[in-house]
Ligand binder design. Sequence first.
Ligand code: NDP
Ligand code: AKG
Length: 526
Amino acid sequence: MTITGEMLIGAQAHRGGEGEFRAVDPASGEALEPAFGGGGAAEVDRACVLARAAFDVFRETGLDQRATFLETVARNILDIGDDLIDRAMAESGLPRARLEGERGRTVGQLRLFAQVVREGGWIEPRIDPAMPDRKPLPRPDIRQRHIPLGPVAVFGASNFPLAFSVAGGDTASAFAAGCPVVVKGHGAHPGTSELVGRAIRAAVASCGLPEGVFSLLFGTGNEIGTALVADPRIKAVGFTGSRRGGLALMEVAARRPEPIPVYAEMSSINPVFLMPAALASRAEALGKGFVASLTMGAGQFCTNPGILLGVEGPDLDRFVAAAVEALGGSAASTMLTPGIHAAYDSGVAKLAASGAVTTLARGMACSGPNQAQAAFFTTTADAFLADTGLQEEVFGAASLLIRCGDAAAMKTVAERLEGQLTATVQMDAEDKAAVAALIPTLERKAGRILANGWPTGVEVCHAMVHGGPFPATSDPRSTSVGTLAIRRFLRPVCYQDIPADLLPEAVRDGNPLGLWRRVDGELGRE
Ligand SMILES: NC(=O)C1=CN([C@@H]2O[C@H](COP(=O)(O)OP(=O)(O)OC[C@H]3O[C@@H](n4cnc5c(N)ncnc54)[C@H](OP(=O)(O)O)[C@@H]3O)[C@@H](O)[C@H]2O)C=CC1
Ligand SMILES: O=C(O)CCC(=O)C(=O)O
Protein backbone atom coordinates (compact mmCIF):
# COMPACT_ATOMS: atom_id res chain seq x y z
CA MET A 1 0.00 0.00 0.00
CA THR A 2 1.42 3.39 -1.00
CA ILE A 3 1.76 6.19 1.55
CA THR A 4 0.77 9.46 -0.08
CA GLY A 5 1.05 12.00 2.76
CA GLU A 6 -2.68 12.80 2.60
CA MET A 7 -5.29 13.12 5.28
CA LEU A 8 -8.37 10.91 5.04
CA ILE A 9 -11.51 12.96 5.42
CA GLY A 10 -14.47 10.63 5.04
CA ALA A 11 -14.09 8.96 1.65
CA GLN A 12 -11.69 11.64 0.34
CA ALA A 13 -7.89 11.60 0.50
CA HIS A 14 -6.89 15.22 0.87
CA ARG A 15 -3.50 16.94 0.92
CA GLY A 16 -3.35 19.63 3.57
CA GLY A 17 -1.95 23.01 2.69
CA GLU A 18 -1.02 24.29 6.15
CA GLY A 19 2.62 23.34 6.50
CA GLU A 20 4.54 20.28 5.45
CA PHE A 21 6.26 17.73 7.64
CA ARG A 22 8.02 14.39 7.35
CA ALA A 23 8.40 11.56 9.83
CA VAL A 24 11.91 11.14 11.23
CA ASP A 25 13.63 7.80 11.64
CA PRO A 26 14.88 8.21 15.22
CA ALA A 27 17.56 5.56 14.74
CA SER A 28 19.28 7.52 11.96
CA GLY A 29 17.89 10.99 12.52
CA GLU A 30 16.92 11.10 8.82
CA ALA A 31 13.64 12.41 7.44
CA LEU A 32 11.43 9.83 5.74
CA GLU A 33 9.45 10.27 2.52
CA PRO A 34 6.79 11.28 1.67
CA ALA A 35 6.05 14.77 2.94
CA PHE A 36 2.71 15.10 4.73
CA GLY A 37 0.51 18.16 4.25
CA GLY A 38 -0.82 19.45 7.56
CA GLY A 39 -4.49 20.39 7.89
CA GLY A 40 -6.20 23.29 9.62
CA ALA A 41 -9.61 24.63 10.53
CA ALA A 42 -11.19 23.76 7.15
CA GLU A 43 -10.22 20.09 7.44
CA VAL A 44 -11.41 19.87 11.05
CA ASP A 45 -14.72 21.38 10.01
CA ARG A 46 -15.20 18.98 7.09
CA ALA A 47 -14.34 15.89 9.15
CA CYS A 48 -16.69 16.95 11.96
CA VAL A 49 -19.56 17.78 9.57
CA LEU A 50 -19.23 14.30 8.09
CA ALA A 51 -18.95 12.67 11.53
CA ARG A 52 -22.10 14.42 12.74
CA ALA A 53 -23.96 13.43 9.56
CA ALA A 54 -22.90 9.79 10.05
CA PHE A 55 -23.80 9.60 13.73
CA ASP A 56 -27.52 8.88 13.65
CA VAL A 57 -27.07 6.14 11.05
CA PHE A 58 -23.98 4.58 12.63
CA ARG A 59 -25.42 4.50 16.14
CA GLU A 60 -28.45 2.52 15.01
CA THR A 61 -26.53 -0.05 12.94
CA GLY A 62 -27.47 -3.59 13.91
CA LEU A 63 -25.19 -5.20 16.46
CA ASP A 64 -24.00 -7.74 13.93
CA GLN A 65 -23.23 -5.10 11.29
CA ARG A 66 -21.19 -3.02 13.73
CA ALA A 67 -19.31 -6.09 15.00
CA THR A 68 -18.55 -7.10 11.40
CA PHE A 69 -17.19 -3.61 10.78
CA LEU A 70 -14.74 -3.97 13.70
CA GLU A 71 -13.68 -7.40 12.44
CA THR A 72 -13.20 -6.02 8.92
CA VAL A 73 -10.94 -3.26 10.26
CA ALA A 74 -8.87 -5.96 12.02
CA ARG A 75 -8.61 -8.08 8.87
CA ASN A 76 -7.69 -5.08 6.70
CA ILE A 77 -4.90 -4.14 9.11
CA LEU A 78 -3.46 -7.65 8.91
CA ASP A 79 -3.78 -7.55 5.12
CA ILE A 80 -1.38 -4.59 4.93
CA GLY A 81 1.26 -7.14 5.87
CA ASP A 82 4.93 -6.28 6.37
CA ASP A 83 4.60 -2.80 4.86
CA LEU A 84 2.90 -1.74 8.09
CA ILE A 85 5.56 -3.22 10.35
CA ASP A 86 8.43 -1.89 8.23
CA ARG A 87 7.01 1.63 8.26
CA ALA A 88 6.25 1.54 11.99
CA MET A 89 9.81 0.35 12.69
CA ALA A 90 11.27 3.19 10.61
CA GLU A 91 9.07 5.80 12.29
CA SER A 92 9.41 4.64 15.90
CA GLY A 93 12.75 2.88 16.28
CA LEU A 94 10.85 0.02 17.94
CA PRO A 95 11.94 -3.52 17.02
CA ARG A 96 9.97 -5.83 14.70
CA ALA A 97 8.95 -8.34 17.38
CA ARG A 98 7.50 -5.59 19.57
CA LEU A 99 5.53 -4.11 16.65
CA GLU A 100 4.27 -7.50 15.48
CA GLY A 101 3.08 -8.12 19.04
CA GLU A 102 1.47 -4.71 19.11
CA ARG A 103 -0.32 -5.41 15.83
CA GLY A 104 -1.64 -8.65 17.36
CA ARG A 105 -2.89 -6.70 20.36
CA THR A 106 -4.53 -4.11 18.08
CA VAL A 107 -6.47 -6.62 15.99
CA GLY A 108 -7.19 -8.68 19.11
CA GLN A 109 -8.85 -5.74 20.82
CA LEU A 110 -10.89 -4.88 17.72
CA ARG A 111 -12.14 -8.49 17.67
CA LEU A 112 -12.82 -8.47 21.41
CA PHE A 113 -14.95 -5.34 21.00
CA ALA A 114 -16.78 -7.06 18.13
CA GLN A 115 -17.79 -9.80 20.60
CA VAL A 116 -18.87 -7.18 23.12
CA VAL A 117 -20.99 -5.38 20.52
CA ARG A 118 -22.73 -8.61 19.43
CA GLU A 119 -23.48 -9.66 23.02
CA GLY A 120 -25.07 -6.23 23.67
CA GLY A 121 -24.58 -6.16 27.46
CA TRP A 122 -23.27 -2.56 27.20
CA ILE A 123 -26.76 -1.37 26.25
CA GLU A 124 -27.83 -2.31 29.83
CA PRO A 125 -31.56 -2.17 29.17
CA ARG A 126 -33.77 -1.64 32.24
CA ILE A 127 -37.53 -1.77 32.28
CA ASP A 128 -39.74 -0.74 35.19
CA PRO A 129 -43.25 -1.56 33.94
CA ALA A 130 -46.11 0.80 34.68
CA MET A 131 -48.04 0.29 37.95
CA PRO A 132 -51.28 2.11 37.18
CA ASP A 133 -52.94 0.95 40.42
CA ARG A 134 -50.08 1.84 42.75
CA LYS A 135 -51.15 4.00 45.75
CA PRO A 136 -50.83 6.78 46.55
CA LEU A 137 -49.55 7.45 43.03
CA PRO A 138 -49.42 5.27 39.93
CA ARG A 139 -45.97 4.51 38.47
CA PRO A 140 -45.44 5.36 34.80
CA ASP A 141 -43.77 2.92 32.39
CA ILE A 142 -40.02 3.71 32.61
CA ARG A 143 -37.37 2.17 30.36
CA GLN A 144 -33.66 2.87 29.92
CA ARG A 145 -30.91 2.02 27.47
CA HIS A 146 -27.43 3.37 26.74
CA ILE A 147 -26.71 5.29 23.57
CA PRO A 148 -23.38 6.61 22.21
CA LEU A 149 -22.31 10.18 23.04
CA GLY A 150 -21.60 11.32 19.47
CA PRO A 151 -18.47 11.87 17.38
CA VAL A 152 -15.25 11.27 19.34
CA ALA A 153 -11.84 12.93 18.81
CA VAL A 154 -8.96 10.47 19.33
CA PHE A 155 -5.32 11.54 19.71
CA GLY A 156 -2.87 8.86 18.61
CA ALA A 157 -0.11 8.16 21.16
CA SER A 158 3.56 8.34 20.20
CA ASN A 159 4.60 5.27 22.18
CA PHE A 160 2.15 2.73 20.73
CA PRO A 161 1.97 3.48 16.98
CA LEU A 162 -0.63 0.72 16.57
CA ALA A 163 -2.36 -0.27 19.83
CA PHE A 164 -2.92 3.27 21.18
CA SER A 165 -3.11 5.05 17.86
CA VAL A 166 -5.37 5.30 14.78
CA ALA A 167 -7.14 1.94 15.28
CA GLY A 168 -6.12 1.58 18.94
CA GLY A 169 -8.18 1.08 22.07
CA ASP A 170 -9.83 4.52 22.06
CA THR A 171 -10.98 4.14 18.44
CA ALA A 172 -12.09 0.52 18.91
CA SER A 173 -14.15 1.32 22.00
CA ALA A 174 -15.69 4.44 20.42
CA PHE A 175 -16.66 2.51 17.28
CA ALA A 176 -18.05 -0.30 19.46
CA ALA A 177 -20.24 2.22 21.28
CA GLY A 178 -21.50 3.58 17.93
CA CYS A 179 -19.47 6.81 17.81
CA PRO A 180 -17.88 8.12 14.61
CA VAL A 181 -14.19 8.88 15.19
CA VAL A 182 -11.97 11.74 14.02
CA VAL A 183 -8.34 10.85 14.73
CA LYS A 184 -5.60 13.44 15.15
CA GLY A 185 -2.63 11.32 14.07
CA HIS A 186 0.61 11.64 16.03
CA GLY A 187 3.29 13.51 14.08
CA ALA A 188 5.89 10.86 14.99
CA HIS A 189 4.29 8.13 12.85
CA PRO A 190 2.18 9.63 10.08
CA GLY A 191 2.94 6.90 7.54
CA THR A 192 1.86 4.14 9.94
CA SER A 193 -1.24 6.23 10.69
CA GLU A 194 -2.10 6.66 7.02
CA LEU A 195 -1.77 2.92 6.34
CA VAL A 196 -4.05 2.04 9.24
CA GLY A 197 -6.42 4.88 8.35
CA ARG A 198 -6.78 3.52 4.83
CA ALA A 199 -7.59 0.09 6.30
CA ILE A 200 -10.37 1.63 8.38
CA ARG A 201 -11.67 3.68 5.47
CA ALA A 202 -11.89 0.55 3.29
CA ALA A 203 -13.86 -1.20 6.06
CA VAL A 204 -16.26 1.74 6.30
CA ALA A 205 -16.95 1.46 2.55
CA SER A 206 -17.19 -2.33 2.35
CA CYS A 207 -19.53 -2.49 5.35
CA GLY A 208 -21.88 0.06 3.74
CA LEU A 209 -21.41 2.66 6.49
CA PRO A 210 -21.60 6.43 6.01
CA GLU A 211 -18.21 7.92 5.08
CA GLY A 212 -18.12 10.21 8.13
CA VAL A 213 -17.71 7.25 10.50
CA PHE A 214 -13.94 7.80 10.25
CA SER A 215 -11.51 10.59 9.38
CA LEU A 216 -7.78 11.00 9.97
CA LEU A 217 -6.23 14.45 10.32
CA PHE A 218 -2.63 15.63 10.60
CA GLY A 219 -1.25 18.99 11.63
CA THR A 220 2.04 20.68 12.28
CA GLY A 221 1.17 22.45 15.54
CA ASN A 222 -1.24 22.37 18.43
CA GLU A 223 -3.87 24.27 16.45
CA ILE A 224 -5.47 21.33 14.73
CA GLY A 225 -5.90 19.34 17.96
CA THR A 226 -7.27 22.39 19.73
CA ALA A 227 -9.73 23.08 16.90
CA LEU A 228 -10.85 19.46 16.93
CA VAL A 229 -11.59 19.41 20.66
CA ALA A 230 -13.33 22.79 20.38
CA ASP A 231 -15.56 21.70 17.49
CA PRO A 232 -19.20 21.66 18.66
CA ARG A 233 -19.91 18.38 16.86
CA ILE A 234 -17.27 16.50 18.89
CA LYS A 235 -18.80 15.05 22.07
CA ALA A 236 -15.84 13.30 23.79
CA VAL A 237 -12.06 13.02 23.57
CA GLY A 238 -9.64 10.10 23.99
CA PHE A 239 -5.97 11.01 24.56
CA THR A 240 -2.70 9.32 25.63
CA GLY A 241 0.36 11.50 26.03
CA SER A 242 1.95 14.11 28.24
CA ARG A 243 0.40 15.72 31.30
CA ARG A 244 0.85 19.11 29.67
CA GLY A 245 -0.93 18.06 26.47
CA GLY A 246 -3.75 16.35 28.36
CA LEU A 247 -4.29 19.35 30.63
CA ALA A 248 -4.32 21.73 27.66
CA LEU A 249 -7.00 19.68 25.91
CA MET A 250 -9.05 19.35 29.12
CA GLU A 251 -9.02 23.12 29.36
CA VAL A 252 -10.17 23.54 25.75
CA ALA A 253 -12.99 21.05 26.38
CA ALA A 254 -14.05 22.73 29.62
CA ARG A 255 -14.17 26.19 28.02
CA ARG A 256 -16.51 25.17 25.21
CA PRO A 257 -20.05 26.54 25.39
CA GLU A 258 -20.93 22.85 25.77
CA PRO A 259 -18.13 21.25 27.82
CA ILE A 260 -17.38 17.62 26.97
CA PRO A 261 -15.60 14.74 28.72
CA VAL A 262 -11.89 14.26 28.01
CA TYR A 263 -10.48 10.81 28.76
CA ALA A 264 -6.79 11.62 28.98
CA GLU A 265 -4.17 9.10 30.09
CA MET A 266 -1.21 11.22 31.15
CA SER A 267 1.54 10.55 33.66
CA SER A 268 2.18 7.81 36.16
CA ILE A 269 5.27 6.66 38.05
CA ASN A 270 3.84 3.26 39.04
CA PRO A 271 5.26 2.60 42.54
CA VAL A 272 6.64 -0.83 43.36
CA PHE A 273 6.66 -1.83 47.06
CA LEU A 274 9.48 -4.26 47.90
CA MET A 275 8.15 -6.02 50.99
CA PRO A 276 10.69 -7.35 53.54
CA ALA A 277 10.08 -11.10 53.27
CA ALA A 278 10.08 -10.96 49.47
CA LEU A 279 13.40 -9.09 49.57
CA ALA A 280 14.83 -11.60 52.05
CA SER A 281 13.92 -14.59 49.90
CA ARG A 282 14.60 -13.28 46.36
CA ALA A 283 16.31 -9.88 46.28
CA GLU A 284 18.55 -10.80 43.33
CA ALA A 285 15.69 -12.10 41.16
CA LEU A 286 13.66 -8.98 41.98
CA GLY A 287 16.59 -6.75 41.00
CA LYS A 288 16.87 -8.43 37.59
CA GLY A 289 13.08 -8.48 37.05
CA PHE A 290 12.88 -4.78 37.85
CA VAL A 291 15.55 -3.85 35.29
CA ALA A 292 13.89 -5.98 32.60
CA SER A 293 10.59 -4.15 33.17
CA LEU A 294 12.28 -0.73 33.41
CA THR A 295 14.27 -1.01 30.19
CA MET A 296 11.67 -2.75 28.01
CA GLY A 297 10.88 -0.60 24.96
CA ALA A 298 13.44 2.01 26.16
CA GLY A 299 11.16 2.51 29.17
CA GLN A 300 8.55 4.23 27.01
CA PHE A 301 5.50 2.82 28.76
CA CYS A 302 3.18 4.81 30.94
CA THR A 303 3.21 1.72 33.17
CA ASN A 304 6.99 1.87 33.62
CA PRO A 305 8.18 1.26 37.24
CA GLY A 306 9.37 4.82 37.95
CA ILE A 307 9.70 4.48 41.74
CA LEU A 308 10.49 1.67 44.15
CA LEU A 309 10.04 1.65 47.92
CA GLY A 310 11.89 -0.63 50.33
CA VAL A 311 12.93 -0.74 53.99
CA GLU A 312 16.65 -0.02 54.55
CA GLY A 313 18.79 -3.07 55.35
CA PRO A 314 21.01 -5.78 53.90
CA ASP A 315 18.23 -7.34 51.80
CA LEU A 316 17.50 -4.02 50.11
CA ASP A 317 21.24 -3.68 49.50
CA ARG A 318 21.23 -7.10 47.78
CA PHE A 319 18.36 -5.91 45.58
CA VAL A 320 20.29 -2.73 44.70
CA ALA A 321 23.45 -4.66 43.86
CA ALA A 322 21.57 -6.99 41.50
CA ALA A 323 19.71 -4.10 39.84
CA VAL A 324 22.90 -2.05 39.47
CA GLU A 325 24.65 -4.98 37.80
CA ALA A 326 21.74 -5.68 35.40
CA LEU A 327 21.24 -2.02 34.57
CA GLY A 328 24.94 -1.42 34.00
CA GLY A 329 24.82 -4.10 31.28
CA SER A 330 21.69 -2.78 29.58
CA ALA A 331 22.29 -1.42 26.09
CA ALA A 332 21.28 2.15 25.25
CA SER A 333 18.06 2.19 23.21
CA THR A 334 16.65 4.47 20.57
CA MET A 335 13.78 6.59 21.82
CA LEU A 336 10.66 7.38 19.78
CA THR A 337 11.35 10.99 18.83
CA PRO A 338 14.09 13.59 19.27
CA GLY A 339 11.67 15.50 21.54
CA ILE A 340 10.99 12.53 23.81
CA HIS A 341 14.73 11.80 23.91
CA ALA A 342 15.52 15.41 24.88
CA ALA A 343 12.80 15.34 27.59
CA TYR A 344 14.29 12.11 29.00
CA ASP A 345 17.82 13.49 29.07
CA SER A 346 16.68 16.65 30.82
CA GLY A 347 14.57 14.72 33.38
CA VAL A 348 17.53 12.44 34.17
CA ALA A 349 19.92 15.41 34.41
CA LYS A 350 17.54 17.12 36.84
CA LEU A 351 17.40 14.05 39.09
CA ALA A 352 21.18 13.59 38.93
CA ALA A 353 21.71 17.22 39.90
CA SER A 354 19.38 17.07 42.91
CA GLY A 355 21.33 17.23 46.17
CA ALA A 356 18.86 14.76 47.71
CA VAL A 357 19.36 12.10 45.04
CA THR A 358 22.26 9.68 44.44
CA THR A 359 22.91 8.04 41.07
CA LEU A 360 23.19 4.27 41.57
CA ALA A 361 23.79 3.18 37.99
CA ARG A 362 23.59 4.19 34.33
CA GLY A 363 23.13 1.85 31.37
CA MET A 364 25.69 1.35 28.63
CA ALA A 365 26.89 4.34 26.61
CA CYS A 366 24.94 5.61 23.61
CA SER A 367 26.20 4.87 20.11
CA GLY A 368 23.62 6.57 17.86
CA PRO A 369 21.18 9.45 17.65
CA ASN A 370 18.24 9.63 20.04
CA GLN A 371 19.57 6.83 22.21
CA ALA A 372 19.02 6.86 25.95
CA GLN A 373 20.99 5.30 28.76
CA ALA A 374 18.87 3.73 31.49
CA ALA A 375 19.23 5.41 34.90
CA PHE A 376 18.72 4.23 38.50
CA PHE A 377 18.68 6.69 41.38
CA THR A 378 18.03 6.58 45.11
CA THR A 379 16.82 8.95 47.80
CA THR A 380 15.40 8.79 51.31
CA ALA A 381 11.73 8.84 52.29
CA ASP A 382 12.24 12.18 54.06
CA ALA A 383 13.82 13.77 50.99
CA PHE A 384 11.08 12.42 48.75
CA LEU A 385 8.39 13.78 51.05
CA ALA A 386 10.10 17.17 51.12
CA ASP A 387 10.36 17.61 47.34
CA THR A 388 7.22 17.09 45.24
CA GLY A 389 9.37 17.50 42.09
CA LEU A 390 10.76 14.00 42.72
CA GLN A 391 7.31 12.61 41.84
CA GLU A 392 7.43 13.97 38.28
CA GLU A 393 7.35 11.30 35.58
CA VAL A 394 10.60 10.96 33.64
CA PHE A 395 9.29 9.23 30.52
CA GLY A 396 11.84 6.52 29.69
CA ALA A 397 14.03 4.01 31.52
CA ALA A 398 14.67 6.02 34.71
CA SER A 399 13.67 4.95 38.20
CA LEU A 400 14.10 6.21 41.77
CA LEU A 401 14.45 3.92 44.79
CA ILE A 402 13.09 5.42 48.02
CA ARG A 403 14.84 4.03 51.07
CA CYS A 404 12.40 3.93 53.98
CA GLY A 405 13.30 3.62 57.67
CA ASP A 406 10.45 1.17 58.34
CA ALA A 407 7.11 -0.10 57.01
CA ALA A 408 5.32 2.94 58.46
CA ALA A 409 7.49 5.26 56.34
CA MET A 410 6.58 3.23 53.27
CA LYS A 411 2.90 3.83 54.01
CA THR A 412 3.52 7.53 54.63
CA VAL A 413 5.17 7.86 51.22
CA ALA A 414 2.35 5.87 49.62
CA GLU A 415 -0.16 8.31 51.12
CA ARG A 416 1.65 11.25 49.55
CA LEU A 417 1.79 9.82 46.04
CA GLU A 418 -0.28 11.30 43.25
CA GLY A 419 -2.79 9.14 41.35
CA GLN A 420 -1.27 6.20 39.48
CA LEU A 421 -2.16 3.73 36.75
CA THR A 422 -0.64 0.91 38.78
CA ALA A 423 0.78 0.01 42.19
CA THR A 424 2.79 -3.20 42.61
CA VAL A 425 3.70 -5.20 45.70
CA GLN A 426 6.49 -7.76 45.70
CA MET A 427 5.46 -9.99 48.59
CA ASP A 428 5.88 -13.39 50.21
CA ALA A 429 3.42 -15.09 52.56
CA GLU A 430 5.00 -13.44 55.62
CA ASP A 431 4.32 -10.01 54.11
CA LYS A 432 0.55 -10.53 53.98
CA ALA A 433 -0.34 -8.50 57.08
CA ALA A 434 1.76 -5.52 55.96
CA VAL A 435 0.29 -5.68 52.45
CA ALA A 436 -3.23 -5.87 53.87
CA ALA A 437 -2.51 -2.62 55.72
CA LEU A 438 -1.23 -1.02 52.52
CA ILE A 439 -4.05 -2.07 50.17
CA PRO A 440 -6.65 0.56 51.22
CA THR A 441 -4.09 3.28 50.39
CA LEU A 442 -3.20 1.65 47.09
CA GLU A 443 -6.90 1.37 46.16
CA ARG A 444 -7.27 5.12 46.68
CA LYS A 445 -4.17 5.86 44.62
CA ALA A 446 -4.18 3.45 41.67
CA GLY A 447 -6.36 1.89 38.97
CA ARG A 448 -4.62 -1.52 39.08
CA ILE A 449 -2.89 -3.26 42.00
CA LEU A 450 -0.51 -6.11 41.18
CA ALA A 451 1.25 -8.70 43.31
CA ASN A 452 4.54 -10.28 42.28
CA GLY A 453 4.51 -9.07 38.69
CA TRP A 454 5.73 -5.95 36.91
CA PRO A 455 3.37 -3.23 35.73
CA THR A 456 4.46 -3.03 32.08
CA GLY A 457 2.35 -5.06 29.66
CA VAL A 458 -1.39 -4.53 30.01
CA GLU A 459 -3.69 -7.47 29.30
CA VAL A 460 -6.63 -6.56 27.07
CA CYS A 461 -9.57 -8.30 28.74
CA HIS A 462 -12.89 -7.71 30.48
CA ALA A 463 -11.58 -7.07 34.01
CA MET A 464 -8.65 -4.78 33.10
CA VAL A 465 -8.46 -1.24 34.47
CA HIS A 466 -5.92 0.96 32.72
CA GLY A 467 -6.86 4.17 34.44
CA GLY A 468 -6.59 5.79 37.84
CA PRO A 469 -6.89 9.07 39.76
CA PHE A 470 -5.35 12.30 38.41
CA PRO A 471 -2.73 12.78 37.00
CA ALA A 472 -2.67 9.17 35.78
CA THR A 473 -5.88 10.07 33.97
CA SER A 474 -8.36 12.92 33.82
CA ASP A 475 -11.26 10.71 34.93
CA PRO A 476 -10.72 7.89 37.44
CA ARG A 477 -14.11 6.33 36.70
CA SER A 478 -12.96 4.68 33.51
CA THR A 479 -10.33 2.62 31.72
CA SER A 480 -8.72 3.03 28.32
CA VAL A 481 -7.84 -0.67 27.94
CA GLY A 482 -10.24 -3.59 28.16
CA THR A 483 -13.89 -3.90 27.32
CA LEU A 484 -15.09 -1.54 30.05
CA ALA A 485 -13.55 1.25 27.91
CA ILE A 486 -16.79 1.31 25.91
CA ARG A 487 -18.57 2.95 28.90
CA ARG A 488 -16.64 6.21 28.34
CA PHE A 489 -18.56 6.84 25.16
CA LEU A 490 -22.08 5.96 26.30
CA ARG A 491 -24.83 7.70 28.22
CA PRO A 492 -28.18 6.48 29.55
CA VAL A 493 -31.47 7.64 28.03
CA CYS A 494 -34.79 7.04 29.76
CA TYR A 495 -38.12 6.56 27.96
CA GLN A 496 -41.17 7.36 30.10
CA ASP A 497 -44.60 6.26 28.82
CA ILE A 498 -43.32 6.25 25.24
CA PRO A 499 -45.72 4.36 22.92
CA ALA A 500 -44.54 0.78 22.34
CA ASP A 501 -43.96 1.18 18.61
CA LEU A 502 -41.76 4.24 19.17
CA LEU A 503 -39.45 2.47 21.64
CA PRO A 504 -36.00 1.28 20.52
CA GLU A 505 -35.81 -2.49 20.07
CA ALA A 506 -33.51 -2.91 23.09
CA VAL A 507 -36.32 -1.98 25.49
CA ARG A 508 -39.36 -3.27 23.60
CA ASP A 509 -41.64 -5.89 25.08
CA GLY A 510 -40.74 -9.40 23.95
CA ASN A 511 -37.00 -8.58 23.93
CA PRO A 512 -36.53 -8.78 20.13
CA LEU A 513 -32.71 -8.48 20.43
CA GLY A 514 -32.50 -11.26 23.06
CA LEU A 515 -30.49 -9.04 25.44
CA TRP A 516 -29.91 -9.47 29.16
CA ARG A 517 -32.26 -6.88 30.70
CA ARG A 518 -33.24 -5.78 34.20
CA VAL A 519 -37.04 -5.99 34.22
CA ASP A 520 -38.74 -4.80 37.40
CA GLY A 521 -35.40 -5.27 39.19
CA GLU A 522 -34.79 -8.85 37.97
CA LEU A 523 -31.96 -9.63 35.53
CA GLY A 524 -33.03 -12.01 32.76
CA ARG A 525 -33.54 -12.48 29.05
CA GLU A 526 -37.31 -12.10 28.82
N1 NDP B 1 2.29 8.74 30.18
C1 NDP B 1 2.19 8.35 28.96
O1 NDP B 1 1.47 7.43 28.62
C2 NDP B 1 2.93 9.04 27.91
C3 NDP B 1 3.63 10.19 28.21
N2 NDP B 1 4.29 10.85 27.24
C4 NDP B 1 4.97 12.10 27.62
O2 NDP B 1 4.73 13.07 26.62
C5 NDP B 1 5.95 13.65 26.16
C6 NDP B 1 5.81 14.08 24.72
O3 NDP B 1 5.37 13.00 23.98
P1 NDP B 1 4.13 13.00 23.02
O4 NDP B 1 3.74 11.60 22.85
O5 NDP B 1 4.39 13.75 21.79
O6 NDP B 1 2.94 13.65 23.86
P2 NDP B 1 2.21 15.03 23.73
O7 NDP B 1 1.28 15.13 24.87
O8 NDP B 1 3.18 16.14 23.55
O9 NDP B 1 1.37 14.94 22.36
C7 NDP B 1 0.34 13.98 22.18
C8 NDP B 1 -0.66 14.49 21.15
O10 NDP B 1 -1.38 15.59 21.69
C9 NDP B 1 -1.21 16.75 20.88
N3 NDP B 1 -1.04 17.90 21.76
C10 NDP B 1 -0.11 18.02 22.75
N4 NDP B 1 -0.26 19.21 23.37
C11 NDP B 1 -1.29 19.82 22.78
C12 NDP B 1 -1.92 21.08 22.98
N5 NDP B 1 -1.49 21.94 23.90
N6 NDP B 1 -2.95 21.42 22.19
C13 NDP B 1 -3.37 20.57 21.23
N7 NDP B 1 -2.82 19.37 20.98
C14 NDP B 1 -1.79 19.00 21.75
C15 NDP B 1 0.04 16.49 20.08
O11 NDP B 1 -0.04 17.19 18.86
P3 NDP B 1 1.23 17.88 18.17
O12 NDP B 1 2.43 17.15 18.65
O13 NDP B 1 0.98 17.76 16.73
O14 NDP B 1 1.15 19.27 18.66
C16 NDP B 1 -0.01 15.00 19.87
O15 NDP B 1 -0.87 14.69 18.80
C17 NDP B 1 6.96 12.56 26.44
O16 NDP B 1 8.25 13.06 26.57
C18 NDP B 1 6.46 12.00 27.71
O17 NDP B 1 6.90 12.79 28.77
C19 NDP B 1 4.26 10.39 25.96
C20 NDP B 1 3.61 9.23 25.61
C21 NDP B 1 2.89 8.44 26.58
O1 AKG C 1 2.08 -1.31 29.29
C1 AKG C 1 1.24 -1.37 28.38
O2 AKG C 1 1.01 -2.39 27.75
C2 AKG C 1 0.45 -0.15 28.01
C3 AKG C 1 1.14 1.07 28.43
C4 AKG C 1 0.44 2.31 28.02
O3 AKG C 1 -0.75 2.42 28.04
C5 AKG C 1 1.26 3.44 27.58
O4 AKG C 1 2.47 3.37 27.69
O5 AKG C 1 0.69 4.44 27.09
